[in-house]
Design a protein around this ligand. Structure first.
Ligand SMILES: NC(=O)c1ccc[n+]([C@@H]2O[C@H](COP(=O)([O-])OP(=O)(O)OC[C@H]3O[C@@H](n4cnc5c(N)ncnc54)[C@H](OP(=O)(O)O)[C@@H]3O)[C@@H](O)[C@H]2O)c1
Length: 248
């Protein structure tokens, strides 16, 4: 119970990686704020799993692309648990298209959700995080696509690379306040986001993964908990959790 009495806000926790992160944080003792955008039923399933694991949580609808929505998300955390110790910026979408055909809306919505969404939540959570002298944690979920690019993903890669720059800058700004800021860059993880990929593309990707399998949401959740529950001398880093797909 390394995270006992800590309060963690997890954006996009109704499904996939965010759900696994919320459950794993709760198993380690944290109170979790389970954010979702439109899928309330799925968010309530996450809450049920958190409670089944012996944890406590609340479900809060908020669109991270909107600043006011993020302020309400953090207010809900403060109203229910009195503080925010951990912020996991996980909410994300894809709108894939080759650049020649990409519509302005496809570009903008991905940047708004995946990059501005993280900034909005950071801004909203800044004051309560600064109040915690015991060491805050911000984890931003990037992607290996932000490191190496991806065909049809100029919007997504730009947002995920932006997350890395944001992480490193913020890590420098907050280091003196005992708040670490890191990015986790998942490879290909088995969620609804990747379920839509064509089978032949999945097979090609898998042939390039040294560990020979897709990742699970729990693979990412383990790394997030590692960064939250200790790791006090790690900041400004990008940790790829990708079965060895991208090696530096
Ligand atoms: N899966 C992968 O292979 C992979 C690889 C690298 C990086 N990632 C990143 O990991 C994160 C999670 O991905 P995933 O695969 O778990 O995705 P997912 O299964 O599609 O789930 C996305 C989550 O984000 C929420 N969300 C979407 N737009 C939102 C908004 N505007 N405001 C608040 N919440 C919003 C969704 O809420 P609703 O349920 O309400 O729609 C859902 O909870 C994303 O940032 C993604 O880019 C994933």
């Amino acid at each position: 119970m390394l995270l006992k009495d800590k309060t963690a806000v997890v954006t996009g926790a109704s499904r996939g990686i965010g759900r696994a992160v919320a459950i794993e944080l709760a198993k380690n003792g944290a109170n979790v704020i389970i954010n979702y955008s439109g899928n309330e039923a799925a968010a309530l399933e996450t809450l049920a799993a958190v409670e089944a694991a012996g944890g406590r949580g609340i479900v809060v609808q908020a669109n991270v692309a909107e600043m006011q929505s993020c302020e309400q998300l953090i207010k809900a955390a403060l109203d229910n648990f009195g503080k925010v110790d951990i912020l996991i910026n996980n909410a994300g979408i894809t709108r894939d298209n080759i650049a020649a055909r990409m519509k302005a809306e496809e570009w903008q919505s991905v940047l708004d959700t995946n990059l501005t969404g993280a900034f909005n939540c950071i801004k909203a959570a800044m004051r309560p995080l600064l109040k915690q002298k015991s060491g805050g944690r911000i984890i931003n979920i990037s992607s290996v696509v932000g490191l190496v690019g991806g065909i049809g993903q100029t919007n997504y890669a730009a947002a995920k690379a932006g997350i890395i720059g944001l992480t490193k800058s913020l890590a420098r700004e907050l280091a003196g306040r005992n708040i670490t800021v890191n990015a986790v860059a998942p490879g290909y993880i088995d969620t609804e986001m990747t379920a839509v990929l064509p089978e032949d593309l999945k097979a090609t990707i898998m042939s390039q993964v040294p560990l020979g399998r897709m990742g699970t949401p729990e693979d990412i959740a383990e790394t997030v908990v590692f960064l939250c529950a200790g790791a006090s001398y790690i900041t400004g880093q990008v940790i790829a959790v990708d079965g060895g797909l991208v090696m530096h």
